[in-house]
Design a protein around this ligand. Structure first.
Ligand code: PXP
Length: 248
């Protein structure tokens, strides 16, 4: 079944707006785990406006106490990020081509131009036992390049899907993701997905079989305002469970 990894960045953004440790990211992670989340994701950006490098160390210590919980650290593999990841050794590192001034991740890697840079990075992380995933646009040209790169998984950038949700193009766009996902799986790549997934569009996206993980941040933070964190996570987990039963 698809794993739900809760991205804590938006909660960290709220915390960082005051000089106090509230909300406390570690307590929130503990509550996510207790509520049934399968993993925790953080995306420490270079300006550390969301989760900070310190959070990554603290969360790693917490998550080590829960052997079934996956820690996913995502970001642009600049020197300081890679040093952090090599020390913390999360279960998964998702490489994302974000730039310092980006509001949020808004594109995947173009592997026609980045394979040489990424290949030794992927190898080094894998040697440390860290699973590597790379963030990709829904572009068929990138899938075979990802295989050649040697990554374990890809994370499909789902904003295009989210933007098409409820519109005429929805079925065509979904079909495009379905094809890409199958193509990747046939090459032996695991497929994760993320960005702009929410309670409305998640069930439809998960009609695509064998998505291994969805990482969701913004919508979980927003829904928590309405329902509270635990009820929100229950709703996401239920959506995933129903989608799983339908694709069996
Ligand atoms: N995947 C990646 C690579 C991201 O950068 C983000 C946002 O930090 C997400 C998934 C989660 O996106 P959202 O916050 O829209 O759920």
């Amino acid at each position: 079944m698809t794993a739900l990894s809760v991205n804590l960045n938006k909660f960290a953004l709220l915390r960082n707006s005051r000089d106090k440790n509230s909300p406390n990211i570690i307590s929130l992670a503990r509550r996510c785990i207790k509520a049934g989340a399968n993993g925790i994701t953080v995306h420490p950006r270079p300006d550390q406006r969301h989760t900070k490098y310190r959070d990554v160390y603290d969360l790693a210590s917490l998550i080590k106490k829960f052997p079934t919980i996956e820690f996913n650290v995502e970001g642009n593999p600049i020197y300081s990020f890679l040093e952090l990841v090599k020390q913390v050794k999360p279960n998964q590192c998702t490489l994302v081509p974000d730039s310092p001034n980006q509001l949020t991740s808004d594109h995947g890697w173009d592997l026609r131009h980045n394979t040489e840079r990424l290949k030794p990075i992927v190898n080094d992380l894998q040697k440390l036992g860290i699973r590597v995933s790379i963030f990709l646009d829904p572009d068929s040209n990138q899938i075979s390049l990802a295989k050649m790169l040697g990554t374990d998984r890809i994370e499909l950038y789902t904003e295009t899907f989210a933007n098409s949700f409820g519109k005429e193009s929805q079925e065509d766009v979904l079909e495009q993701y379905r094809k890409l996902s199958m193509e990747a799986q046939e090459l032996g790549l695991g497929v994760n997905a993320g960005h702009d997934l929410n309670l409305h569009n998640l069930g439809l996206f998960l009609t695509i079989p064998k998505i291994l993980e969805v990482s969701i941040g913004h919508a979980i933070a927003v829904d928590s305002i309405d329902y509270g964190l635990e009820v929100t996570l229950n709703k996401y987990l239920e959506t995933i469970q129903i989608a799983h039963l339908k694709t069996q």
